[in-house]
Design a protein around this ligand. Sequence first.
Ligand code: 5AD
Ligand code: SF4
Length: 458
Amino acid sequence: MAKTYNVVTFGCQMNERDSETLAGMLEEMGYVYEDNFKEADVCILNTCSVRENADKHFFGVLGQLKNPHEQNPGRITCVCGCMMQQQHIIDTLKAKYSWVDLVFGTHNIQNFPELFKNVRDEKKKLVEVWSDAEAIAEGLPAKRNYDFKAYVSIMQGCNNFCTYCIVPYTRGRERSRRPEDILEEIRCLAKSGCKEICLLGQNVNSYGRAKSVPGTYHYDDEKGSVLDDGSLNLDFAGLIREIDKIEGIERIRFMTSHPKDISDELIACFRDCKHLCHMIHLPVQSGSDVVLKKMNRHYDRAWYFDKIDRLRAACPDIAISTDIIVGFPGETEEDFQGTLDLVEKVRYDSAFTFIYSVRKDTPAEKYEDQIPEELKHERFNRLLKLIHEIQEEKSKQYQDKVLKVLVEGPSKTNEEVLTGRTESNMTVDFTGDPDLIGKIVDVKIVKAQTFSLYGELI
Ligand code: 5AD
Ligand code: SF4
C-alpha cells in the first residue's frame, strides 16, 4: 500500500503556498494524501513565528505526534518554516521533542526531497537550516489546494524591519522572481482552468526593487534589469498590467502592500486593469504618529490618509482591509485613541487586529515600556467593537445587490449549500448545483450579515 503524508500549515498565505510545494514534492515521491495528520506516515509541520500564539500552537500540535510516533516508529515527522530559522527553537526541539526526524528552514525548501530521502533511507535524524536566502528556486512541483484559484509567490523576504516583526529575520532579505517566470506560471495556471490568482509577497509594492541578493531579479528605472538575460523591466504595476492581459484570468488579487511603497502607478491599475479586484489589504498597524515612528513604518497618518483618498478617487468602490497591532510598547491612551479615530475615518471593510506580542531578538523586545496584558486586552476589545460596527454597516450595503461570486465548494457548515467569494473577498452562501464549483456566477444578496452574506443564484 502506498505510504501517506499530511502537511499541517500554520500562519500566512506564504506558508500555505510553501506547503503546496512540499505536498507536490511528496506526491512526486509516490506518497498519497491522508486527511488525518496523526495517521499519515509522513507529517510535515510548516510553522509560523509571527506571534507568540503561533509558537504555542505549533508545540501543542507537535506534542500530539508523540503517541503516533511511539505506536509507529517508522513514521517520519518533519518540521520547517519560520520558527526553524531561530536557534532557540531548534535547541528546544533537540532537548524535548525526540520524535522529530527532520528539521529544515525557509531557505532550503527546494532541498526537501534530498533531505527527506536521507532521513528515510538512512534512518537518521537531520537538522539542516540555512541562515541566508538564495534566489527563489523555480520549477518546483506543487499540489495546489484549488484548481480555480491559486497563490502565486512573486517575491520572498522583507527588508523593512518593522521593530515588532520577526519576518525579516526568518524569511531573509527581499528577493523577486523574474517577471517571465511569474507570467509563465500564471499562463500555465490559466490554461489549466484557473480563474483567480493572488500574488504573494511581504511587500509586493517593492517588487523588483531590492538589490541585496545576487542573481535575483532587480531592475532600476535607468539601467533596466540587472539580470543579463533579456529579462523584462517590470515594477509591480507593470507586472499587474501584463497579468491583466492573460486570457482566462478573471480575478487578480495581491497581498501584502506596505503603505510607504504604494505608487500612483499601482493606484492607476485599479482604474485601468479589467481583472484587478477592487480590494486592497493595506496594513496600517497604528493610528498614532508616535507609535508608527517607533514601529519604523516610514509613514504617518497624513501619508496613509492620502493613499486611501487616492485609492478611492481611482476606484470608488474599492474594499479596504488592514492589520492593526494594539498595545505596542509605550502606546498611551492618546495613541490608542488615534487608532480608533483612524479606523472611524477610513471605515475599513475588514480589519485583522492583533495584540502586540514580544518577538525574541526584534528591536521592540528591548523597549522598556511594555503594556500590561489586561490593558492590551481591554484596548483590543474596544477596537474590535468599533471595527465590527463599521463592518456591519459596510456589509449591509450589499443587501439586494447582485454580486459576482467565484464558487468554491460546499459550505463548511452546511453541505447542501454552496459557498463562494465576491470580488471583495467576502464569503457568500447560496443554494446551487455543485457543477457551479469553479465558476463565476451572479448571486443576489438576500441577507447581509457582518461576516457573511446569503444570496440567491440569478
Ligand atoms: N505582535 C503582534 N502582531 C504582529 N504582527 C507582526 N508582528 C507582530 C507582533 N510581534 C502582525 C502585523 C502584521 C501581521 C501579519 O501580523 O499586524 O501585519
Ligand atoms: Fe514584518 Fe514590516 Fe516586513 Fe511586514 S513589512 S513582514 S510587518 S517587517
